[in-house]
Design a protein around this ligand. Structure first.
Ligand code: NAI
Ligand code: MG
Length: 364
């Protein structure tokens, strides 16, 4: 099979951590003659602004559209703090999300045993934790109209946000979550507030119907979103895949992230609709962290979030789950062996830089 990749390293540590992913791509391509990676590269963020005067060019967007997966580093930095708003580095990422219609945001919370003591929860609760939160990314409270601040009499004001979901928007993200559950442990939770919200009633209705029609073999659990927040702290390992709306997903995914240690460890993916002819979904994979200007250019960045994001691309875009597992196991082993970048350094461990960490993972 031929897999088309677009690499967008971006700014700051983005280029440093992307170099470690490129090593893994080269290795996988050389290992298995039946797998070919067609790799394109382009600029995004401040780097693209410096070269072309915009945060992503139409040419780069065309490459993203043609790619099976976009691998994105990070964008931003002080240098571009004063560029016109529409050209700020983040505009490149926002255009990718919008034009590719990436409506499903996947945020795993994996707790590597070697880092369990850095979790906000007790080791006994989080050791071996592997949760995947699927957050609807393009609808709901953050986008619904009206969205306004209205002047009332006597200087009073009223702020309005509107939570809107259509059956189609819910159905398509629930399908993503069901697909993911099938390649994981076949278990899905849907978190909503059907007790107090009309959109919650619709989420409950559509999820139940889509599950029945599309993947009745997956174990489906409906859970109130506030109870879900509580259960995540009480007993996180009861969850595997959790699908939820934009607002609840924002909060629940940040909550789950704190169970895993450092920002430098957190990967993510954003998926769109399946292509009519190939069935492949548009997809962008990126670390949760930003361009870390405070440590960039020094070879200090932790490449694990970026490498784990690439592992997600293998699993969810290319059907290479075994290779994805191998990468995650390699990360776990390297951490067990005591290697640490500065952000996850602990007493008695060995401090290494970006390249040494990447090479160690590749060797495993
Ligand atoms: P940040 O995530 O870049 O950094 C926050 C802190 O975590 C810093 O101390 C940094 O050194 C550390 N850190 C982050 N990733 C790390 C890694 N892989 N290894 C080791 N340490 C790591 O967030 P910050 O400082 O708020 O923003 C910096 C720039 O990044 C800004 O221009 C911001 O707009 C941009 N940004 C871009 C994002 C993206 O490209 N998706 C997301 C968040 C911020
Ligand atoms: Mg958030």
């Amino acid at each position: 099979a031929t897999h088309k990749l677009l690499l967008l390293p971006g700014d700051g540590i983005g280029t440093e951590i992307m170099a470690e992913v490129e090593k893994i791509i080269d290795f996988l391509g050389s290992q298995d003659s039946s797998v070919t990676f067609e790799v394109e590269r382009d600029l995004v963020g401040g780097a693209a602004y410096d070269a072309h005067g915009e945060a992503i060019t139409d040419a780069a967007m065309a490459k993203a559209d043609a790619a099976d997966a976009v691998i994105f580093g990070a964008v931003g930095g002080q240098k571009w703090d004063d560029v016109p708003y529409e050209h700020r580095p983040e505009a490149g990422l926002l255009r990718l999300r919008k034009d590719l219609d990436l409506f499903a945001n996947l945020r795993p919370a994996i707790c590597y045993p070697a880092l369990a003591d850095a979790s906000s929860l007790k080791r006994s609760l989080v050791e071996g934790l592997d949760i995947l939160i699927v957050r609807e990314l393009t609808g709901g409270t953050y986008f619904g109209e009206p969205k306004e601040i209205v002047d009332l009499a006597d200087g009073e004001q009223r702020g309005v946000d509107t939570t809107v979901y259509t059956t189609r928007e819910i159905d398509r993200v629930v399908r993503v979550a069901l697909d993911l559950a099938k390649v994981r442990t076949n278990k899905l939770h849907m978190a909503a507030k059907w007790n107090v919200m009309k959109t919650g009633v619709l989420w409950q209705k559509v999820t139940t119907a889509t599950h029945k029609a599309y993947a009745p073999d997956v174990e489906l659990n409906l859970i109130l979103a506030d109870n879900c927040a509580m259960q995540l702290i009480r007993n996180p390992r009861q969850f595997d895949v959790i699908v939820t709306d934009n607002l609840f997903g924002d909060i629940l995914s940040d909550e789950a992230a704190m169970m895993t240690g450092s920002l430098g460890m957190l990967p993510s993916a954003s998926l769109g609709a399946p292509d009519g002819s190939t069935g492949r979904r548009k997809a962008l994979y990126e670390p949760v962290h930003g361009s870390a200007p405070d440590i960039s250019g020094q070879g200090l960045a932790n490449p694990i979030a970026m490498i784990a994001s690439f592992a997600m691309a293998l699993r969810y875009s290319f059907g290479m789950g075994q290779q994805a597992d191998a990468i995650e196991q390699a990360i776990a082993k390297v951490l067990d062996s005591g290697l640490r970048t500065a952000d996850i350094m602990q007493d008695g461990k060995t401090k290494v830089g970006t390249e040494q960490m990447g090479t160690a993972i590749l060797q495993e």
